[in-house]
Design a protein around this ligand. Sequence first.
Ligand SMILES: Cc1ncc(COP(=O)(O)O)c(C=O)c1O
Length: 393
Amino acid sequence: MLCADKIEARSVEEMFINIDPIQAGGRLTPEAQKAVLAYSDGYSVCDNCLKPFRLDYIKKPPLSEFHEDCAKWLNMDAVRVVPGARRGFQAVASTLVEKGDPVILTALSHYTEFVSVEQSGGIPCEIPKDENNHITGENAAQKIEDVIKEYNKTPSLLFVEHADYQFGNIHDIKGVVKAAHSYDIPVLLNGAYTVGIMPVDGKDIGADFIIGSGHKSMAAPAPSGIIATTEEYAQKVFRTTQAKGDVTGRTFGIKEVEMMGCTLMGVTMAGLVASFPAVKKRVENWDTEIKHSRMVADALCSIEGTKCLSDMPREHTLTRINTIESFDKVAETHKKRGYFFSAELKKKGICGVIAGSTKVWKYNTFGLTDRQTMYLCDSFKEIAKENGLNVNE
Ligand SMILES: Cc1ncc(COP(=O)(O)O)c(C=O)c1O
């Protein structure tokens, strides 16, 4: 059988409440699903690529408008699309980091940030998290001082997560930016878990770069994402090519080096653009998302022995939970061992918790309705009670 024959219709989103920590913000809107079908061919958004030949100038479909609107929406000066947040990190690091430069990351940085530093030959230096799993301006300032002393060089870039992938905590970004800017270090804000799900105001935050992930948080197909920056850094990161053919003398005009000319030429671009109006609207509902997240965290914490490892009350929809003293105790004697938990959730139509996890695990409530949220709370409590755990109602 050819592997292509094994790709079947995917029913997860229709049949289950999906609380997978990385999938919640990337589910397509109906508009994006329609656009994906319409633009399923290879270079489909390039039908009307007229002079100047570059993705961000295309008017039909309205890609140039998307670039402008997206920059405005983030209160930044310029935006480009990239195949995933990681390619945004790569473009910035490749522009600003020289071999041997120290680069500041954090103890909660994603591996793709480290890899982008590695590709550029930089030396990663981590800001430690504090006892509350937060990255603070104070710790950032201290780390910068230490790094300058150790390497006798000012770091060329600082990465910080707006909301981190481990705890879903929101960090002291303004404090970190203030510390970095007092040493003239540009700041890249990793908005993989914020751009597209909660309001983000670049000028207010003061970051030099904001990176978003389309498939994680902008209801777009993978791999997609955006890189937003200021006028000053747009000149650098979006510089155009100087390459020249030495036989024919050809030049390549307005193609941007870090974007390799053009980036998202088909279905990913169409999906990102089609979801954008709904994405802009949904960030305004962040208060409701937080209310839902708090309801679920409270329901889980009402189960005796369960501890929320993320900030409480929740300020984000991604949450890390410790059930070593609750569901894992059940797993010790259950005939399905740790698999009992995901199996019971599945019976109730809930998926997204890694099968076998009963110790420390993550979930994401983003996008659930009121009814789904209440159902999820009740389901966790029911599973607890049915397996002999105490629930504090
Ligand atoms: C915090 C964080 N940053 C960046 C990424 C990479 O994003 P992308 O897949 O869009 O490149 C991830 C992916 O899991 C992530 O969790």
